[in-house]
Design a protein around this ligand. Structure first.
Ligand SMILES: C[S@@+](CC[C@H](N)C(=O)[O-])C[C@H]1O[C@@H](n2cnc3c(N)ncnc32)[C@H](O)[C@@H]1O
Length: 280
């Protein structure tokens, strides 16, 4: 893979260190002691929430990307999960090829594709990092990933690889900010002030790299709504707390009490959508 010339300059080191430090926090495995089925239930929650309000998150992102999409577009999506973006995008383009490494995510995506009668999506159950350019294929009009950047240890390599298989545009969509319930509960349980330990934001790193490469990046912010049931909210909070301390039955009760006190309602969240032209 050819990397842009100016990507290993001396000014990059501190940004790379910050990326690694933040990534290590976000990718920490969660420790949940109270329910052996927790992971499967959480995956099902993600699948349901991805489809909330007819895939609102994805619809808003697709709307933001409207000017670079048309009904002839061929799209490559990396790390599609349950189809949060894939499903609304499928109605606007000719074809989507998905690269998704997790068997569970592929099962969840397949279920959603079937449920929505989507037929123009090809799913490759593969690890993006292990695929050569030939296997991925090239000539995609758009190469996109949503809520994916923290999965990549080497962010520059990921962005360069996206560009390599695109003949048109690349796009990154990343949720912005974490809701207050999680942050408050984190402080209550750990006794520490929340300083962004599990904020999903990562777009600013991509922006820095791309501008360093001379790319002109278009950026739009979109809002979308999310609503969780009581059990989903408890699992959602536990999944983040569990990155710091093991969540046992007593702690689960503490989270439940907290969620009972706060009335659950529809929340508005934001995401950053950025896109740029791939160099030919
Ligand atoms: C946080 S989820 C985001 C899912 C979806 N794009 C969304 O916006 O909700 C990240 C997804 O990337 C997948 N993933 C992580 N590393 C990957 C890799 N190296 N190759 C392919 N998929 C990967 C995970 O299995 C997971 O489904």
């Amino acid at each position: 893979m050819t990397l842009p010339d100016n990507m290993n300059g001396p000014d990059w080191g501190c940004v790379r260190d910050a990326w690694e430090e933040m990534r290590n926090r976000r990718m920490m495995p969660m420790r949940i002691g109270y329910d052996p089925e927790f992971r499967a239930k959480l995956a099902e929650d993600h699948r349901e929430i991805a489809g909330y309000n007819n895939y609102e998150y994805g619809r808003m992102a697709v709307e933001a990307l409207g000017e670079i999409l048309d009904s002839d577009s061929r799209v490559l999506e990396i790390g599609a999960g349950p189809g949060t973006l894939t499903i609304p995008l499928s109605g606007q383009v000719k074809q989507i090829v998905v690269v998704e490494s997790s068997d569970a995510a592929v099962a969840s995506l397949s279920k959603n594709l079937l449920g929505c009668r989507v037929e123009n999506v090809e799913v490759m159950n593969r690890n993006w990092l292990e695929m050569g350019e030939r296997e991925v294929g090239d000539g995609f009009d758009l190469v996109v990933c949503s809520h994916f950047l923290w999965q990549m240890k080497d962010l520059k390599r990921h962005l360069a690889k996206m560009e390599e298989v695109s003949r048109g545009h690349c796009a990154v969509i990343q949720p912005a900010g974490r809701d207050s319930m999680v942050k408050e509960m984190w402080t209550e349980i750990t006794g520490e002030r929340y300083t962004g330990e599990f904020d999903p934001d990562a777009d600013h790193f991509a922006y820095l790299i791309l501008r360093q490469w001379g790319r002109l990046v278009d950026v739009r912010n979109v809002n979308y709504s999310v609503e969780r049931s009581f059990d989903q909210e408890v699992r959602y909070i536990a999944s983040f707390i569990g990155k710091s301390v093991e969540v046992d039955s007593r702690m689960k009760e503490q989270i439940e009490q907290y969620v009972s006190l706060k009335s659950l309602s529809k929340e508005t969240q934001s995401a950053v959508v950025m896109w740029w032209e791939s160099p030919v």
